[in-house]
Design a binder for this molecule. Structure first.
Ligand SMILES: [Zn+2]
Ligand SMILES: [Zn+2]
Length: 404
């Protein structure tokens, strides 16, 4: 019997609503405009103005939060829940090496993480939602500053973005270069890691390099601490629980013949579960102190908890996957590995049910293969309409069916 030929996954076209399909050109134009004018964390003044102007033309009222954050509200006038759609607006201190016509015009600044496309997709979704109207409730549009290591999400929450009206569900997506263009993943549970930072000052006794017995050498102690810290993940953490402990910087000394009085190490810890996070912190402190002590030194520890893990609400993640299947077909809604990277969307997910989605944007056939934060980073812009559609449908379906 001849085998029935099935269409390759890549040939399946997304099912776009006519209003979104009509914006396919505009979403690319918006993305390219923002791409050419990148601004880094908490300097997004021009980007914020651009967003405000666009929303004003749509007669969507806006307010500023956290200096450069912009919040818009679309109100159906009917009772119902509130969904918040979030886009981050900041670029990175990277010099773009792409030579396409829409490359960055700000030297040393580049949208190398794709936040330009998040803003463009959310603006277009706002246009569709405003013009076609909402079935009930409200849509809050959250254009946040400073996602890249600056905790703009935390600043927005502190400034009250989740209140008046109270947010019942928060949604965001990220263009995702580890994943092929056209695919979407909405993971159950943890999807982006908790981020902690540490600085260890190993204090010894300096002296002449030729007389080590008259010193307490912090270089030797620091080296031993690095080695011992690598037992935390391999010997203390359950092998089924992800954890990373990286010593990323180590500095000591000034000359070949001097034992310095101090060595400084910096690093990061990435985990997904609270108990693992606590365990790694506890073991790090204990190993650093006792190793230093054993070698005649002491250690001063500055440990900073930066961000919690981004944890998707499982029921809502399934709700989003169902909508994504309707748009791009069930074979393209895939499972993906969680990322050990951090994401300040966790600030919202800590407080309200939330879903963070990966929108695949890699396309080797077009040479779009460079990872996030690379000077040649780019995205396959053909995925942008599906992203707009996902924002629109998630908002409409959530508001139609209420709190579930
Ligand atoms: Zn990034
Ligand atoms: Zn990012």
């Amino acid at each position: 019997m001849p085998r029935r030929k099935s269409r390759p996954v890549s040939a399946v076209k997304p099912e776009l609503s006519p209003e979104v399909a009509a914006l396919a050109g505009e979403v690319v134009e918006l993305r390219r405009h923002i791409h050419q004018h990148p601004e880094v964390a908490f300097e997004e003044y021009e980007t914020a103005k651009f967003v405000e102007k666009y929303l004003k033309r749509l007669k969507i009222p806006t307010k500023r939060l956290a200096e450069t954050g912009v919040v818009g509200l679309i109100d159906s006038g009917k009772p119902g829940p509130t969904i918040m759609l979030r886009a981050d607006m900041d670029a990175l201190p990277v010099t773009e090496e792409n030579t396409h016509s829409y490359a960055s015009k700000n030297p040393g600044r580049m949208h190398a993480c794709g936040h330009d496309s998040h803003v463009a997709m959310l603006l277009c979704a706002a246009k569709v939602l405003k013009q076609a109207g909402l079935p009930a409730g409200k849509v809050k549009l959250c254009f946040q500053p400073g996602e890249e290591g600056a905790d703009g999400g935390g600043a927005m929450v502190k400034a009250g973005v989740l209140n008046s009206p109270k947010v019942d569900f928060a949604f965001a997506l990220h263009v995702w270069l580890p994943m092929e263009a056209g695919k979407i993943a909405a993971l159950d549970g943890p999807c982006m890691a908790a981020v902690d930072e540490f600085t260890l000052d190993v204090i010894g006794v300096g002296g002449h390099a030729a007389y080590p017995h008259k010193s307490a050498d912090p270089v030797v102690a620091a080296a031993a601490i690095v080695g011992n810290l690598h037992t935390v993940v391999s010997r203390n953490v359950n092998p089924f629980a992800p954890a990373v402990l990286t010593v990323a910087s180590i500095n000591a000394g000034t000359a070949f013949n001097i034992i310095p009085p101090k060595a400084t190490m910096k690093g990061t810890i990435r985990t997904f579960h609270k108990d693992v996070r606590n365990l790694v912190e506890r073991r790090l402190k204990s190993i650093a102190s006792s190793t230093a002590k054993a070698l005649g030194c002491k250690v001063e520890i500055d440990f900073r908890r930066m961000l919690g893990a981004t944890v998707n609400n499982r029921a809502k993640a399934e709700f989003v996957r169902g909508i994504a299947r309707d748009i791009i077909g069930k074979r393209k809604v895939v499972d993906a590995e969680p990322s050990m990277g951090g994401e300040d969307f966790s600030r919202y997910a800590d407080k309200v049910p939330a879903v963070f989605v990966y929108l695949g944007a890699k396309n080797p056939a077009k040479g779009i293969v460079y990872p996030h934060h690379h000077p040649r980073f780019d995205i396959d812009e053909d995925v942008l309409p599906s992203g707009v559609e996902l924002h629109v449908r998630v908002a409409r379906e959530f508001l139609k069916h209420g709190r579930r």
